[in-house]
Design a protein around this ligand. Sequence first.
Ligand code: UD1
Ligand code: MG
Length: 482
Amino acid sequence: MSTESQTATGAAPRAAGFVVLGAGKGTRMKSDLPKVLHPVAGLPMLGHVIRVAETRQPERLAVVVGHQSETVSAAVAKLRPGAATPLQEPQLGTAHAVQQAREALDGFHGDVFILYGDTPLIRAETLEAMAAARAEGAAVVVLGFEAADPTGYGRLITGIDGSLERIVEHKDATTDELAVKLCNSGVMCVDGARLFGWLDRIDNNNAKGEYYLTDIVGIARTDGARCAIVAGDEEEVLGVNSRIELAEAEAAFQRRARENAMREGATLTAPDTVFFAHDTKIGRDVEIGPNVAFGPGVEIDDKVEIRAYCHLEGCRVASGAQIGPFARLRPGAVISAKARIGNFVEVKNAIFGEGAKANHLAYIGDASIGAGANIGAGTITCNYDGYLKHRTAIGEGAFIGSNSSLVAPVEIGANAIVAAGSTITERVEGDALGLGRARQTVRPGLGARIRESLAEAKAARKAAEKAETEAAQAEPSSKSDG
Ligand code: UD1
Ligand code: MG
């Protein structure tokens, strides 16, 4: 595909390459974990940046690493196998950082996006707007924003035609320039054919003695290239430098995820108390009550009801199922259509067939529950012997009486009944009754006789106690002085 081809309709996406900067130290996080690996909604910040880059089907992607490079590179290998991780050592500034990706982008002449690994909320729509500005002929497109407090940010200096003339860093700005509210987010999209040529011309003659990527604008302009600004909102360019900003990014992510779920047809009774993971999938007409938290890997089909105080992670819930209140679905839980998982039920690595029920107080782990089966209150699958996990298989329509322990590996056939209070260690075949508890006996009159003898014993004890205290009071008081 020719990167120079005109896509007048905008139908075919332009060839995109990405350089993600992640070499910085992140001192203010006060952490052993590299800053860009701190998670937002269960995914490292760097993962958010890579996911948004992937919306443009990148032909090249390089993450520039520096501090704790091995840890960061290993994480990149998982997040995007095959991505380049050039090392920047020492860190001499943002332009110097991008230069480290020269080899990874060798021969690539499409649009090169430059993103920061610690700026996780950047939106796909924004990258699209930047690509559109490139398509309209700007050689450098900078994502700008109006900062509530512009202190510390580079300022975008525009010409009379509104195009971008140069970026001046806060430390190098004049008083007039400091009055400019339009700030540099750091995110850019540059003509890949000219990027590295321009970077080579950047020097470190400035207040910080660093190679500023921002100088690319002035240099491109002297070559007669046009530079443009795309405006974003401050929230999406939020850079995380501290745990406080990490929490702000999390809050912003959650606000977006909640609004998105509601826009897509879910009802959230108390949106502020529902927490999504980066990859939570929620269908239409889903109802989510207050205080529900989603860990990674959850898929909820249409018309599911999740009542208050549930925790779900790594699970699938099919249409019409009802979960909670107070239920916990752990990784590998698959809840089929119209099944019900009630209060204080924990499910792990277990499949509930259609319409199966565990309505109260149960632990179901490493199991399969047939369609329409009923799991009584207090049922426990004893899946672990201290060394290995074992499976419990329960057939369709089976009825497990309350307070049963199913010692795995064990099988309960279709439509079988397990008597309440049973400890089941052997297979119960289909349609059978499994009863694994001591037989009950009834002894007429023995209850009354026991009460009588207990009452006598109690009276005798009280009398003895009384006699003892009286004897103690009768003794001369001097004797008690020690
Ligand atoms: C940069 C911009 C500034 C902008 C601001 C937005 C420059 C010169 N300035 O300033 O205009 O308003 O971001 O937040 O670009 N990094 C490396 N290697 C380096 C230096 C930085 O990988 O040698 C990475 C950092 O890890 C970070 C990003 O680049 O993710 C930005 O670096 P930072 O030092 O925070 O730049 P600012 O001074 O904030
Ligand atoms: Mg910064």
